[in-house]
Design a protein around this ligand. Structure first.
Ligand SMILES: C=C(OP(=O)(O)O)C(=O)O
Ligand SMILES: [Mg+2]
Length: 401
């Protein structure tokens, strides 16, 4: 019933106005799945390769589609993803493009779910999933590669860890986003928005901490549950490898100073989550920081691990980080993303499923997070391509899928 009978690919717009790949997968019994590839701006050096959209589509039509149509079953995700890997023939999807690969992989999963008449999270995670939910991390202030002339730290995240439901958590993050706007206004700091919908004022990181701390406190008082703060430092973007230092707008920090700085921030702001606090090549510094603060907060590897089991295994061996960011397009298929989550879980690392800064209305990651019982999902606070995922979580919680 889930034999794939057609795979169609097209170029659509992403949230930055750039082209991206959308895939449709159709099965023998009329099952249908559609998915689109997201795209990063602060990409890790070791990510799978995103090809220009037209090239990725042409390559997939030539190399992957003939191997899938009439041959593979959409309900067998591992088979679909193995065919994508074989059709590509490289470790990094540099022939098909990880953008074509991930769109087809996710569309096949949706077609498989459609045939079963099951929600995607259940097809991926089994019948007992859907009772527990990830805490959404909401980007409320940001800069780095996502906005010009804003903070050095890429993302200041609201983390409603005490929320009684996903719906409460999603609304709390939106409330923090609104409170940030009020506080910036009170301070006379105008702000536009960055790529992920976070406010991108031209303020220092120190001021941003003050603003976000106050916003979180205001919302905590309103909602009556704990809302913490998280960060994505995206430190690889700040690191000057030649000089061996982290370059901030107002100063530089050596690796030891960077570790001490982040450890101080964890204590001062009770940070519940710190992503990419150090350069993507520095497992040793990660291990040092994890040693210092790993019992107080999640130290999460995004550019460090790039959803790659080999890099994660090295991190586990070396005690680097205690959490992994999961972005399916960093590795190219859902099977690879699942393998990374499984390896992480086996070793006590928390999985955090994530959007990219360039997104579409695709909701696959909401289902992936529920299917794998991920601790957190990072998918913004506001903006249509972000609320698509957040609203899907609310629907899953409400049994309305
Ligand atoms: C979502 C992120 O940004 P990008 O998609 O630009 O890598 C991130 O760094 O976690
Ligand atoms: Mg990141």
């Amino acid at each position: 019933m889930t034999l794939i009978t057609d795979v169609r690919l097209r170029e659509i717009l992403d949230s930055r106005g750039n082209p991206t790949v959308e895939a449709d997968v159709v099965t023998e019994s009329g099952g249908f799945g559609r998915a689109a590839a997201p795209s990063g701006a602060s990409t890790g050096e070791y990510e799978a390769v995103e090809r220009p959209t037209g090239e990725a589509i042409a390559a997939a039509r030539e190399r992957a589609v003939p191997r899938l149509v009439g041959e593979a079953y959409a309900g067998n995700q591992r088979e679909v993803d193995a065919i994508l890997r074989a059709a590509d023939g490289t470790d990094t999807f540099s022939e098909l493009g990880a953008n074509s690969a991930v769109a087809i992989s996710m569309a096949a999963a949706k077609a498989g779910a459609d045939v079963l008449g099951a929600p995607l999270f259940q097809h991926l995670g089994g019948t007992f999933r859907g009772e527990t939910f990830p805490t959404p991390l909401g980007n409320v202030v940001g800069g780095g590669e996502h906005a010009a002339d804003a903070t050095d730290i890429q993302e200041f995240l609201a983390a409603p860890v005490g929320a009684p439901s996903v719906q409460d958590a999603v609304f709390a993050n939106a409330a923090v986003h609104a409170a940030v706007a009020d506080i910036l206004d009170e301070r006379g700091e105008p702000a536009g928005k960055g790529d992920e919908g976070a406010w991108a004022p031209s303020i220092t990181d120190a001021e941003a901490f003050e603003v976000v701390d106050e916003a979180v406190n205001r919302v905590e008082n309103e909602v009556g549950f704990e809302v913490g703060i998280g960060l994505d430092v995206a430190a690889a973007e700040l690191y000057d490898a030649d000089a061996g230092e982290y370059v901030y707008s107002d100063r530089t920090r050596s690796t030891d100073e960077q570790i001490a700085y982040v450890a101080d921030l964890v204590s001062e702001y009770d940070l519940v989550y710190v992503e990419d606090p150090l350069d993507e090549d520095d497992y040793e510094a990660y291990a040092d920081l994890t040693d210092r603060v790993g019992d107080q907060t999640l130290v999460c590897g995004d550019d460090l691990f790039v959803t790659n089991v080999d890099r994660l295994r090295e991190g586990i061996d070396r005690g680097a980080a205690n959490s992994i960011l999961i972005k399916p397009n960093q590795i190219g298929t859902l099977s690879d993303a699942f393998d990374a989550i499984e390896l992480a879980t086996e070793h006590g690392y928390e999985a955090v499923v994530s959007h990219r800064s360039g997104e579409t209305e695709d909701t696959t990651i909401a289902h992936l997070a529920v299917a794998t019982d991920a601790a957190f999902i990072k998918t913004g606070a506001v903006g249509g391509e972000r609320t698509a995922k957040l609203n899907e979580l609310i629907r899953i919680e409400d049994d309305a899928i």
